[in-house]
Design a protein around this ligand. Sequence first.
Ligand code: SAM
Length: 233
Amino acid sequence: MRFTFVTLFRNIVEGYFSDSILKRAIQNNHISIDFVSPRDFSTNKHKKTDDTAFGGGAGMLMTPQPLYDALDAIKKASPQAHIVFLTPVAKPFVQNDAKRLAKKEHIVFVSGRYEGIDERIVELFADEVFSIGDYILTGGELASMVLCDAISRNVEGVLGNSDSLTEESFNESLLEAPSFTKPQNFHSLTPPKEFLKGNHSKIRSLKFALSITKTKYFRPEQLRKHNSMEKLS
Ligand code: SAM
């Protein structure tokens, strides 16, 4: 699966893929990443990519021309490219989106900077828009890395053990049960006794109960979703 980052700051993104699981995913050809800078498409003699907003307001906006030409070139070379804009003015990205988008061939993430992007570019090119939460970041790069990471985990072959995906939080709208590793006794705290015995069906029941408790406490709306899915099944 291919990811293209449309960004003025590729250095911010590149480092994230130089270690660990995503580095291996690139080496093993499960995913590939590339970069397009709107600045390379600017027809301004100083390669400017920002300007003041009509109607005033603080800060600058990304101008439409460089982004239009960059995205037009991407679409011409890769007509199936699925273009995603990162913006606070959108629905939040969730795990089901990560699973669904992992089936695409090519995703393009467009990162805003300054006070954002001229709205006409979003209207002309966006297949989807996503926010990563109710707060304001300085740029879309971090948000696009969040999406790319979450999507990549769902691309076949990226995780060594695909069970990791089904046992994770948000599977069936539940948060994961607490986990423990060695040593058994740590600062006088020990895992629940059932975890230390080999009875897998008892461990599964306890984990399920703990998972319900955690979800009820931290994310009651997810538990309601889980319960209504259970009623339907
Ligand atoms: N003026 C914009 C607003 O109030 O909605 C915020 C612009 S923000 C300083 C600059 C860029 O960061 C945005 O264009 C977007 O790409 C990115 N960004 C900021 N917060 C984000 C969030 N919560 N989710 C996704 N992208 C975000």
